[in-house]
Design a binder for this molecule. Structure first.
Ligand code: ATP
Ligand code: MG
Length: 257
């Protein structure tokens, strides 16, 4: 069987992340995400499909890491495993020095709630709640309530350029606006880890750029670590590192230890 390679490279930083914000050499930085020997086998009836074939990946704190590769290469599967949404068939994932692959469902759900903001490809907004209420709910789940949550929800919407749409229901928003609400929601509670699956897929070029700049700024100023699955070559300019995935394989020869 031929196994195609994934490359992992460091990208040059764009000017938006200024020199004072520029990341230090990777070796000096703490590792926030460490995945080792990740395999994912999907089994339905007699059908067996190996989606990930032994992936090792280390992502230092404060890094913006892209996962790129062709459709079906395993990007969403890998991101879901890194976020503790899917359990791998084998291998381990450490997030913030905790092994999430050994946690009970309950521990894992608490860990995700406290530390991870996830941006889904399909928005996943509650249709009966306004934009602000969608964000407020995420804040409530993280223990931020009442007036503080209401104020923060509007501030978060303002950060993604949507303050004037705070009282609108998702059905009255464009696809791009819905995605920005989803991003504001993922930022609720200032999580250490932000994981995003194709976050700019529904956005026009200008809005996509603004959203990625926001993620970049958060990662650098707030010390958040961001993992983004994308097909969008524009995002490369904002990233610290890019891992290319193909046929469920990652070439770790160029990953910085
Ligand atoms: N629940 C599942 N059961 C069986 N096979 C699955 C399941 N989920 C994903 N796969 C398979 O695993 C492979 C990787 O899927 P994945 O969604 O991770 O790809 P991707 O790189 O995110 O693709 P895209 O760019 O199209 O979103 C695909 O071949 C897919 O069909
Ligand atoms: Mg996908």
């Amino acid at each position: 069987m031929t196994i195609s390679k994934i490359r992992c490279v460091e990208t040059s930083r764009i000017s938006n992340c200024t020199a004072s914000n520029a990341i230090k050499p990777t070796k000096e930085k703490a590792v926030t995400i460490a995945a080792k020997g990740i395999e994912m086998i999907f089994q339905s009836g007699t059908q067996r499909f190996v989606a990930l074939k032994g992936i090792d990946l280390k992502i230092p704190k404060g890094t913006i890491q892209l996962l790129m590769g062709p459709s079906g290469s395993g990007k969403t599967t890998l991101l879901s495993i890194l976020a503790g949404i899917l359990t791998p068939s084998s291998g381990s994932v450490h997030l913030l020095d905790k092994e999430i692959t050994r946690m009970s469902k309950r521990e894992l759900s608490r860990f995700r709630r406290n530390h991870i903001g996830f941006i889904f490809q399909g928005f996943n907004l509650f249709p009966a709640l306004t934009a602000a209420e969608n964000v407020e709910l995420a804040l409530n789940i993280k223990g931020i309530r009442g007036k503080v949550a209401r104020r923060q929800s509007v501030e978060l919407l303002a950060q993604v350029g949507l303050a004037e749409k705070a009282t609108q229901l998702p059905r009255n928003l464009s696809g791009g606006q819905k995605q920005r609400v989803a991003i504001a929601r993922a930022l609720a509670g200032d999580p250490e880890l932000i994981m995003a699956d194709e976050p700019t897929a529904a956005l026009d070029s200008h809005t996509g750029q603004a959203v990625i700049e926001l993620l970049c700024r958060l990662a650098k100023e707030g010390g958040s670590t961001v993992v983004i699955v994308t097909h969008d070559p524009r995002i490369k300019d904002f990233a610290d590192r890019v891992a290319y995935l193909e046929d469920g394989v990652l070439d770790n020869s160029s990953i910085i230890p």
